[in-house]
Design a protein around this ligand. Structure first.
Ligand SMILES: [Zn+2]
Length: 222
């Protein structure tokens, strides 16, 4: 059978995720938070980077807290940036050690990726979170992460900032009318266009009454 066109492949992946999110316990997989309060979680993948401090300044100016899904190898390179994320009140969580897709790894390799990354991060206050690189999951990889004690975190709104380098497009993708309470928003660290989009995008969200919190805060019952 011929491979489905890209658009259909993305739709199928989204459907598979929706089914997984509705059927798996929230300790195993989260795709969005409870819609009971006007809160969203901003998540930044792939850091730390040379731009981390600038991202942190923008978040502080907007009164926002976020979750940074960091890559183990990159944490070694930008240790000070990793510490700055934590010192400034944000959450750090795992995004693989080498950024290889989890479904492509043998069970022992995936365990090793999780363990090596966790040694670089501060101890989690609650069940640790992991975002699989590229959001790529299989039933097996999600189960292996859960057995290792991790909750897999996907997202419900994609800023698409890895498919465009236009700040105005990222701003449009984060417009308040495209978001709802409980949404988990995918963004990426280390990208000048994302950094440029953040101040106007975050101030629009704030004006629309949204509080920007970490994934753990969004999913806690407090
Ligand atoms: Zn990534």
């Amino acid at each position: 059978m011929a491979a489905p066109p890209l658009r259909h492949a993305r739709t199928l992946r989204r459907l598979a995720r929706l089914v997984a999110e509705r059927t798996l316990p929230r300790a195993v997989l989260i795709g969005r938070g409870a819609p009971d309060r006007r809160r969203v979680a901003l998540t930044f993948d792939d850091g730390p980077s040379t731009l981390t401090d600038d991202y942190l300044d923008v978040l502080e100016a907007a009164g926002a807290h976020a979750t940074f899904f960091v890559v183990g190898e990159t944490c070694l390179k930008y240790r000070a940036s990793l510490l700055a994320i934590v010192a400034r009140g944000h959450e750090v969580a795992a995004h693989g050690y080498t950024h290889r897709p989890f479904p492509s790894l043998a069970a022992a390799e995936l365990r090793d990726e999780l363990k090596r990354t966790s040694r670089l991060l501060p101890p989690a206050q609650q069940r640790p979170l992991v975002r699989p690189p590229g959001g790529q999951v299989s039933a097996g990889s999600v189960a292996r992460c859960a057995r290792a004690g991790y909750t897999t975190v996907l997202w419900s709104v994609d800023s698409d900032d890895c498919r465009t380098n236009s700040p105005s497009q990222v701003i449009a993708n984060l417009a308040p009318q495209r978001l709802g309470p409980g949404d988990i928003v995918l963004l990426h660290e280390g990208q000048p266009w994302t950094l440029e989009a953040l101040p106007p995008a975050l101030s629009a969200l704030r004006e629309a009454g949204y509080q920007m919190v970490t994934v753990s805060e969004l999913c806690s019952r407090r």
